[in-house]
Design a protein around this ligand. Structure first.
Ligand code: TYD
Ligand code: MG
Length: 451
């Protein structure tokens, strides 16, 4: 009998080694190597001989076809995935445990008038039924199966009229073709490849749920993200009820879209007007609060920034930010120190973005700087004022994209004044009623606000 060959594979990045190693030389992760049985790759895969009926084509001879999409009833989900689920596509949705991945996909499955096959390797059918009762939806066209074997799953898909397959989760399924245990790099990769092949050949879309590891990346090999067409991330601070769906990769749409949901007792509810929720309804103004006109993807919304600056109780001042990059916060604090002369180096600075939402738009810089200054000086900013500008290292206010959309949103929500960069060219034909204050430097904003 031939000897079984094994190899050690890093469960974080997929690198392999003939011997066990403590620290992966490729990704730097400790203790991530696991012994797996080597699987043979058939050599004829790249054979140059043989017939083929594929033929290179010029662009003009390619017949263009619109991708067919399954448009769900969930508008937030549709927008993030690029307008609907493309037939034959393979999507991956990742997120922390308990964030609501299964809930979201169950809601989508039950709201569609299509033959859906929902495979759960994580939960029993009983648990799924309980969840369905919570979200109070019923649909007899959606079928559920508790199964982890890919061959058997595909057999079921083959013998039914299935139009969409949901797999919860990719880490629990396995194929008999490789001998590693479910969740290992080889299994995850091989199973995904099989599903991809099936999806493309039969034009049946599939959505996979994926776990994420402690760094927030989707667990399993990085190659998983390369294999699938779409990678969505479901995130949110668990202590808040908001959940954000982002697309990290999309072969059929833009990756800048953002879907906002609220986790309620009866499942996830779409939030169509985030601004109304993300700015507090307080009538009075408090020091340390500033409103930013931000854009994520194509949708503008207003978001409240809160800062608290206080004298450090202990030697080393603390800097902490929720929903914002701490390094960028430190950079803005350095700008305030060096360019405006605020002495913040002995102060604690806490920053919080409303709703636990993580914002990557640089245009919120200006509102962050203003919230910090307002808290430090204990001077409040008028509640009808908002900001949209990026702050550069010299303390200059830089232009931001889509300023017209931001101004319009601010106006719609009843703001009376918006601070923007001097260098931003807004559409003069807008005739906005809102007062636009153009500024070049942080010092100018400060004088304007608190003089
Ligand atoms: P779940 O979809 O199981 O998360 P995931 O699949 O990402 O692990 O959601 C789990 C959490 O959501 C759980 O803590 C309970 C909560 N939840 C609600 O608050 N309301 C609901 O209607 C449902 C179904 C779940
Ligand atoms: Mg789940």
């Amino acid at each position: 009998m031939a000897k079984i060959k094994t190899t050690f594979i890093c469960q974080n990045c997929g690198a392999n080694s003939p011997k066990w190693i403590g620290k992966c030389p490729s990704c730097g992760e400790w203790n991530s190597y696991v012994e797996e049985i080597q699987t043979k790759v058939t050599a004829d895969k790249y054979s140059t001989k043989g017939e083929t009926n594929s033929k290179p084509q010029s662009l003009s001879s390619i017949q263009q076809q619109q991708e067919e999409r399954i448009v769900t009833k969930n508008n937030e989900f549709n927008r993030v995935i690029g307008g609907g689920i493309v037939l034959g596509s393979l999507s991956l949705i990742g997120g922390d445990p308990g964030i609501g991945k299964s809930t979201l996909l169950l809601q989508i499955a039950l709201s569609l008038n299509k033959n859906i096959l929902y495979i759960s390797g994580e939960e029993s059918l009983n648990q799924i039924k309980l969840r369905a009762e919570r979200i109070q939806q019923q649909n007899d066209k959606a079928l559920f199966l508790s199964e982890t074997n890919i061959e058997r799953i595909l057999h079921h898909v083959d013998n039914s009229e299935t139009e969409l397959v949901i797999i919860d989760s990719i880490q629990t399924v396995y194929t008999e073709r490789v001998e590693s245990s479910p969740g290992s790099v080889t299994q995850v990769r091989e199973s995904t490849m099989m599903l991809l092949k099936y999806a493309k050949e039969h034009n049946i879309p599939m959505i996979l749920i994926g776990h994420i590891n402690k760094d927030g990346n989707i667990a399993g090999p990085k190659v998983l993200e390369h294999i699938v067409d779409t990678v969505l991330q479901f995130e949110g601070d668990k202590s808040y009820m908001y959940r954000i769906l982002r697309s990290l990769k999309n072969r059929f749409g833009s990756t800048h879209e953002l879907g906002i949901f609220e986790m309620q007792g009866s499942g996830l509810k779409e939030i169509e007007n985030p601004s109304e929720l993300l700015i507090s309804q307080q009538k009075d103004s408090y020091s340390g609060t500033a409103i930013a006109a931000t854009i994520d993807g194509t949708r503008p919304f207003m978001i409240e920034i809160q800062a608290l600056v206080s004298t450090a109780a202990y030697g080393t001042p603390q800097r902490s930010a929720t929903g914002y990059d701490t390094r960028r916060l430190n950079m803005l604090l350095a700008v305030l120190e060096k360019r405006i002369g605020f002495r913040l180096n002995m102060k604690d600075v806490f920053l919080n973005i409303a709703g636990g939402i993580r914002v990557e738009d640089p245009a919120i810089d200006l509102s962050i700087v203003c919230a910090i200054l307002s808290s430090d000086q204990d001077l409040e900013i008028d509640a009808k004022t908002c900001f949209a500008g990026e702050v550069g290292l010299t303390g200059e206010i830089r232009a931001v994209n889509r300023i017209d959309q931001r101004i319009k949103e601010a106006e719609k929500l009843g703001f009376e004044r918006i601070f923007i960069s001097e260098y931003n060219k807004e559409d003069k034909s807008l005739h906005s009623r809102i007062k636009i204050v153009r500024v070049k430097k942080v010092t100018e904003v400060f004088r304007n606000l608190f003089a």
